[in-house]
Design a protein around this ligand. Structure first.
Ligand code: AGP
Length: 622
């Protein structure tokens, strides 16, 4: 939530467009994080200049044209997902701080004690111009600056007074070449350039300028100039062990590459994305997961797995539950991360918690991870974003390697999450001796064949594209599935809700007759995910019966069935085919028509597919 970018270049006193250009480019790449409003601050001699606009970033570009001529060496920028205060110009960041507006500050997160701080600052004569919680941080840093005389120290003292989650970036008129940042429970990375340095909520902010990055730990203050990066903790102790790494993602990954939307591009990248998740993890038929830094002796004692995740990531967890229980004979619970710690879950040193998060920043999931660790559980993070908080705090992290996912609706990360969890499940089965080596090798061989099958599904998307156009005025769509088809149905419904704003629900097909079938009326579109007829016979025939039940009540049945499955033909208005694979791997194929359906339908409705209303890509508030 909210995207933050910072830039520090050489102080020359001459007009320079670079800080503004870097800020704008960074914000364009971070806009997926929030898009209610955007703003940039630069220094112009001893004046702090702030431009900010409600709405999309495009509204800000023109306003900033003249700022490209300022002699500023620094810039800070922000793209907002509103929490406190409506998305207006006034509530947009940066906020000015100090009685003479001598400082500008941007904030990501929520300052929980802002009301008390605001009352204190107002009593002290500080003027408030917005309804945000963030403005208190701007005034606090400015006030501390009066006594500290040093922006780093002022930021450190301010951080000590704030409760909640925050990444803060500030520039001050007396520090012409410096940007100072602080972070607690909110993301921040440093980009290391040649004669210039960068700050960002994630590496997308500066990936086209540098591939070298530095992780910033919890409760740390970073001071960045053109040729220095200094980090201290909130106690003031220098941090000397910040981890430097090279960014694997290229700038192109964050561009649409000829597709109408990032979502369409990311859907069509899924064959290579899953291949990248699997790459290098099988050697001589044996599964190698070097990242599994948890002792194998500990893994052998695990008696329960709890998956914590939200949204699409939770649906991925629900898919892999079936596989891990089947392979490892360990009970697997899948828990929405925001419910987990409030129900006093039974977690011990023998519990393995699997935290699935594309962004690695989701606050609900992070809090669940911390709660689990407090109870003594080991945590494995399944994550896409290098250096983000969840994998940093977990005991081990498996990265997806699917490249940046920009669209708010998660697609390729979903497939990567499922594939990575399959690897984890097979690895556990290998370590614990639940499966023979040749069984694991066979599973891996079949998994390795999946990217080709994904491509086949993608190459045959005409039918589902046509359906999306036909159904663009639908007001309700239902999705049914059993076994691994159930979470696939949930995911299909989530995609349609979030980007097409259509009422959609995913049900376990067996649940239908316990209530939801009352929703079915003449013409009601119902997608049904049908398992392979070659799998467990009873499962297939039960789903075929469910198709008949809804059709008998007038539903339009859109059936996703395996190639060669003839049994569905009499009851299907449309049959969408997927290639044969193991029943457990089918979710990597059957969800794709549902993703394409939502994407095409929302596009046909003229909606902003990548930035759906009210949402943001990473949800860094609880
Ligand atoms: C999916 O399309 C969503 N936008 C959302 O449900 C997302 O999966 C969820 O917020 C979790 O995000 P994470 O994977 O970054 O933790």
């Amino acid at each position: 939530m909210c995207g933050i970018v910072g830039y520090a270049g050489p102080v020359s006193g001459a007009p320079s467009p670079r800080p503004v250009d870097v800020a704008l480019q960074g914000l364009a790449r971070l806009e997926y994080r929030g898009y209610d409003s955007a703003g940039v601050a630069v220094l112009d001699g001893d004046q702090v200049r702030v431009d900010k606009r409600a709405g999309k970033l495009a509204n800000l570009r023109e306003a900033l044209e003249s700022r490209r001529e300022t002699p500023s060496a620094v810039a800070i920028g922000h793209t907002r997902w509103a929490t406190h205060g409506a998305p207006t110009d006034g509530n947009a960041h940066p906020h000015l701080g100090g009685r003479e507006q001598e400082l500008a500050l941007v904030h990501n997160g929520i300052i929980e004690n802002f009301a008390a701080l605001r009352a204190e600052l107002e009593a002290d004569g500080y003027p408030f111009l917005s309804e945000t919680d963030s403005e208190v941080a701007a005034h606090l840093v400015a006030r501390e600056m009066e006594t500290a005389g040093d922006l780093t120290e002022a930021m450190r003292r301010t951080a000590g007074r704030l409760e909640g989650a925050f990444t803060l970036l500030a520039v001050h008129r007396t520090a012409p070449g410096t940007v100072v940042a602080a972070r607690r429970n909110s993301p921040l990375v440093v980009g290391l350039g040649e004669g210039e340095n960068f700050l960002g909520s994630d590496v997308a902010a500066f990936v086209d300028a540098t591939k070298e990055a530095l992780e910033v730990g919890q409760d740390q203050v970073v001071t960045v100039t053109a040729d220095s990066v200094d980090i201290i903790d909130f106690e003031g102790t220098p941090v000397t062990d910040a981890k430097r790494y090279t960014i694997e993602w290229d700038a192109q990954g964050a561009q649409k590459g000829g597709y109408a939307s990032f979502m369409a591009k990311e859907i069509h990248e899924q064959a290579s994305a899953v291949a990248d998740t699997l790459r290098g993890r099988i050697e001589d038929g044996k599964l190698q997961l070097d990242e599994m830094k948890i002792d194998e002796a500990v893994l052998r004692t695990i008696d329960k797995i709890v998956v914590v995740a939200c949204g699409t990531a939770a649906n991925a967890g629900a898919v892999v539950k079936y596989a891990i229980e089947h392979w490892c004979r360990i009970p697997v619970e899948v828990e929405l991360a925001h419910e987990f710690r409030y129900r006093d879950p039974v977690v011990t040193e023998k519990t393995l918690v699997v935290a699935i998060s594309q962004s690695g920043e989701t606050m609900d999931t992070l809090m669940a991870v911390r709660h689990a660790q407090e109870q003594g559980a080991k945590v494995v993070a399944i994550c896409n974003t290098r250096g983000s908080t969840i994998p940093r705090e977990a005991d081990a992290a498996l990265y997806l390697h699917v490249g940046p996912e920009i669209a708010v609706a998660s697609t390729k990360a979903y497939l990567g999450q499922i594939a990575a969890c399959f690897l984890l499940g097979l690895f556990l089965a290998q370590v614990r001796g639940n499966l023979y080596p040749d069984e694991i090798a066979q599973q891996m061989e079949d998994l390795s064949a999946i990217p080709e099958k994904i491509q086949e599904v993608l190459d045959n998307s005409d039918q589902v594209e046509r359906l999306a156009l036909e159904m663009k005025d639908a007001t309700s769509v239902l999705f049914l599935g059993r076994h691994v088809g159930y979470p696939t149905a949930m995911e299909g419904a989530l995609k349609l809700k979030e980007i097409a704003y259509i009422h959609a629900e995913g049900f376990a097909a067996g649940e239908l007759k316990h209530g939801p079938i009352a929703l079915v009326d003449e013409g009601q579109p119902v997608f049904v995910i049908v398992p392979s007829p070659g799998g467990r016979d009873s499962l297939h025939s039960k789903v075929v019966s469910n198709i008949q039940e809804v059709r008998a009540r007038g539903a339009r049945t859109l059936v996703i069935a395996e190639e060669g499955d003839e049994a569905v033909l009499p009851y299907a208005d449309e049959v969408i085919r997927y290639p044969r694979t193991r029943a457990l791997f089918a979710p990597l194929l059957t969800v794709i028509p549902l993703q394409i359906f939502s994407c095409e339908l929302a596009t046909a409705k003229g909606l902003d597919v990548d930035q759906p209303r009210n949402l943001a890509k990473s949800v860094t508030v609880e």
